[in-house]
Design a protein around this ligand. Structure first.
Ligand code: GTP
Ligand code: MG
Length: 419
């Protein structure tokens, strides 16, 4: 799987390419490319240039138009002449086999798209057997349809026979096709082995989960890099790896947390991101089972991120895809310490934009929008964490009493408080 591992070489340079379309205006594209740059940085690459193009939609053959592709090639050549080698070109959307093949032919450098970049980071981050197996399976799923690029050009020239190995034209049934068939078989075999392994891990995990006793399960969910692991560490006094890069957490960690007399399980899971292919979400099924089986979801949001509203939507959409939209949940707005706004001059009468909203106003708006089912904290500054514990206690207790009405260790405290 070497071809996915771009992270080993130190500080490779990357060029980013994105489209400006009717549903993705210039500002949006900039945000997407910022995120792509952050992804590239996480993978160990330094971004040196961005290209964008205004089009109606991605070009089916080359993603960007021919002229733009030539412009990118000219840039790469000029850089190479100046002895600044370009390591890779990264496209913001998933490329088809055909696009990949054509772009590679034109640019002659390593081509990645958002998906293969995310997969690369996943491969780098995977620690446990479970995470490694899931990532490898996802990588093969990505590769399989793209294997065709090794041979379809032969097929077109010779009017060949497709993958069945039937009648292809003379001289064109050679190694290309056989090699491809072999590659496909090897990959398919490997994939079924990986699936088998995941099924075994799945069974083990299900047994582990059923042995956990009668405790309410709370899952921290949210966009990547919002502070889920930092909150987990605060609430459970554990040491989960947290860092300012994307996808620091790949596998689920579960900890027992006790607030007053009430024990419950808290889990920290992989973060979500835009344009994450469903295939990838599928591959992370067993990691995400923790979310699926949780009794309460804490949706963590980075309020200091300029695009946090879209991130909320992405997370809600992913949760719905996982069949979790009806679950009890609460939004935890994190990083209030880092929220910045520009105060408007009193005589400035132009209508204010997003950047002029004060934290207090934003809090008011969201309290109303969530029906007060949200809380504002800073995991870094430990602001409002006691309040979060209190709210969590009340919510978990309510769920606990509903789910395990005969668990009497709770009732002392419960009765005390009622009295
Ligand atoms: N300013 C500020 N930074 C925070 C806060 N909470 C977390 N961070 C930082 O945000 C970054 C990401 O935190 P993590 O806890 O790793 O985030 P995560 O949601 O677990 O991220 P992934 O596992 O990568 O999806 C780290 O650099 C944290 O130090 C906060 O309240 N304020
Ligand atoms: Mg994390």
């Amino acid at each position: 799987m070497k071809e996915f591992v771009i992270s080993e070489a130190q500080a490779e340079t990357a060029v980013l390419v994105g489209l400006i379309t009717q549903n993705q205006d210039e500002r949006k594209t900039k945000e997407y490319l910022d995120e792509l740059e952050f992804l590239a940085h996480t993978a160990g690459a330094v971004t040196v240039k961005r290209f964008t193009q205004k089009v109606n939609g991605p070009h089916s053959v080359t993603y960007v138009g021919k002229g733009k592709l030539e412009e990118i090639r000219a840039y790469i050549e000029a850089e190479e002449e100046a002895e600044r080698e370009i390591g890779m070109v990264i496209f913001d959307d998933e490329l088809s086999a055909k696009q990949l093949r054509n772009i590679e032919k034109e640019l002659k450098v390593k081509i990645l798209d958002r998906t293969s970049l995310i997969l690369d980071i996943f491969a780098m981050r995977a620690q446990t057997a479970n995470a490694k197996t899931q990532v490898e399976l996802a990588q093969y799923r990505y590769m399989l349809p793209r294997l065709q690029r090794l041979w379809t050009h032969l097929e077109r020239q010779g009017g060949g026979s497709g993958s069945g190995g039937g009648k292809g034209s003379v001289g064109l049934r050679g190694p290309g096709e056989t090699q491809l068939e072999m590659d496909r078989r090897i990959i398919l075999n490997r994939m079924s082995l990986l699936k088998q392994r995941l099924a075994d891990i799945d069974r083990q995990k299900t047994t582990q989960r059923s042995n956990r006793g009668r405790m309410i399960r709370v899952a921290l969910v949210g966009y990547t890099n919002v502070g889920k692991s930092t909150l987990m560490n605060l609430l459970s006094k554990s040491e989960v790896f947290a860092e300012n890069k994307l996808f620091a957490t790949l596998d689920t960690t579960v900890r027992k947390v006790i607030i007053d007399n009430l024990p419950f399980l808290l889990s920290d899971t992989v973060g979500f991101i835009r344009k994450l292919p469903t295939d990838l979400v599928d591959s992370f099924k067993s990691t995400l089972d923790e979310v699926r089986e949780a009794d309460l979801l804490l949706h963590v949001v980075d309020i200091a991120h300029p695009d946090f509203e879209e991130q909320i939507q992405v997370v809600e959409k992913t949760l719905a895809d996982l069949g979790c939209s009806g679950k009890p949940s609460m939004i935890v707005f994190n990083k209030i310490d880092a929220y910045r706004w520009v105060e408007k001059d009193e005589d400035d009468l132009t209508p204010g934009g997003k950047e002029n909203v004060s934290l207090a106003d934003l809090m008011k708006t969201w309290m109303a929008r969530c029906d007060e089912n949200c809380i504002f904290v800073s995991a870094r500054e430990k602001t409002n964490i006691e309040e979060l514990r209190k709210v969590l206690y009340a919510k978990v207790r309510e769920l606990h009493v509903q789910k395990y009405p005969y668990n009497d260790f709770l009732f002392d405290k419960y009765d005390d408080e009622e009295a």
